[in-house]
Design a protein around this ligand. Structure first.
Ligand code: AMP
Length: 400
């Protein structure tokens, strides 16, 4: 194995996703997930060379143990010596980080400083950074921020209509997330459209368990649907997205909720799951809706309606529209949702090529628009590749 692998880590509060990316071939050599960390039955799942392996971790195991076990496997496969850089997905960079950063004590302090904006995510990201530093002390590490790509959003789009002081003194504003994915999609869309990224105007819908839509003008993010936290915007798997903020008060004052319960309600019990009373899994929602499940149908209708409204509103910051792009687990696979959303946008002249819509699934990219109207494209995202490429770029810039 040539020395060209980047170890990419994405540490959540109770999970850890990882990949070993070969930046020369742009392929993932190995990938996997440690899940249910801190529970009675945490598990490590690894995909390597076409084989899938599951390892039960000790009860209560957290990130460090998962990473230690994973690294033992890497040693067994003789992959550890080929790792030239480590790239960490860091959820919140606040206004401090406008691009990826080589990890230094100052950068760690900066990530800690913005942790209050993402108390569930940034501390977990820091645990991942510390754990890999212990195991690979001489390998450079890079932080890639979910918020960084959105730092070009202008003030009139990122400010809430709250007293200005709350922004100046407390940093309360729209930050946006999924930046790595939206950035990657902009590069890919430019290639598919045969345009320089600097002249690209698209609306990118990243639809996964978390979902956000971004207006991209001249290759830069100019508005996005997630806000101070990843709760705002679209209907998601279990998150509610946009709400009247007074609902929070109503639940507490009139229905006896406490603040922690409201947070669980908005983040974990709402969205597709809450409306359908069935599941947060879009595949199951679609199958059930097709079988006549009314809750599932309603969840789909609300999901598509909210998304179409966002896409329509993002024509405002774009002078012209080259394409609407769908990505993420749902965007890359759900021909049903894509067809429904484009139908809701018919005022803009969108038409659909249903054969192309069915072909652009399961990892296949493609144009799905009909012969008239604006373009619509499906592009599989690859956040790990962006993280790996940034890790290599920043590492090499230091070496030179
Ligand atoms: P992600 O968070 O990007 O991995 O996306 C997860 C979401 O993608 C889940 O809601 C899945 O149900 C959904 N998804 C994956 N495959 C399909 C499919 N073939 N049809 C509809 N939704 C899908």
């Amino acid at each position: 194995m040539k020395n060209s692998l980047v170890f990419v880590l994405n540490c959540g509060s109770s999970s850890l996703k990882f990949a070993l990316v070969d930046t020369k071939t742009e392929q993932q050599v190995l990938s996997g997930l440690a899940d249910s960390l801190g529970s009675d039955s945490p598990i490590l799942k690894v995909k390597y060379n076409g084989n899938k392996e599951s390892i039960d971790l000790a009860s209560g195991a957290m990130h460090q143990m998962a990473i230690d076990t994973l690294v033992s496997l890497l040693k067994q496969y003789q992959l550890d010596q080929a790792i030239v850089a480590i790239g960490h997905r860091v959820v919140h960079g606040g206004e401090k980080f406008k691009s990826s950063a080589l990890i230094t004590p100052q950068v760690i302090a900066g990530i800690q400083e913005v942790s209050q904006l993402a108390p569930l995510h940034n501390p977990a990201n820091l645990i991942g950074i510390e754990a890999t530093k212990k195991i690979f002390p001489s390998v450079p590490q890079v932080a890639v921020f979910d918020t960084a790509y959105h730092q070009t959003i202008p003030e009139h789009a990122f400010l809430y209509a709250l007293p200005y002081q709350l922004y100046k003194e407390n940093g309360i504003r729209r930050y946006g997330f999924h930046g790595t994915s939206h950035f990657y999609i902009a590069q890919q869309a430019a290639q598919m459209l045969g345009k320089p990224v600097a002249k690209l105007n698209i609306i990118c819908a990243h639809l996964g368990n978390g979902a956000s839509v971004t207006a991209i003008a001249n290759g830069l993010s100019v508005d996005t649907s997630m806000g101070l936290t990843p709760l705002e915007g679209l209907v998601m798997g279990t998150r509610c997205g946009d709400l009247d903020p007074a609902i929070n008060h109503y639940l507490i004052e009139n229905l006896g909720y406490n603040q922690a319960e409201v947070s669980v309600l908005f983040n974990q019990k709402s969205g597709l799951l809450g409306i359908s009373e069935l599941s947060n899994d879009c595949r199951l929602i679609e199958e059930s809706a097709a079988d006549g499940h009314q809750g599932a149908q309603l969840a789909l209708d609300i999901f598509c309606y909210r998304l179409a409204k966002y896409i329509a509103s993002y024509t405002v910051p774009l002078g012209e529209l080259d394409a609407v792009v769908f990505t993420g687990g749902i965007g890359e696979n759900s021909d049903v949702i894509r067809a429904n959303v484009l139908a809701l946008l018919k005022i803009f002249g969108f038409t659909l090529d249903q054969e192309a819509n069915l072909a652009a699934r399961f990892g296949n990219a493609g144009f799905i628009n009909g012969p008239t109207g604006p373009k619509a494209i499906v592009i599989p995202t690859d956040e790990e590749l962006v993280i790996a490429q940034d890790a290599i770029r920043l590492t090499q810039s230091v070496e030179q």
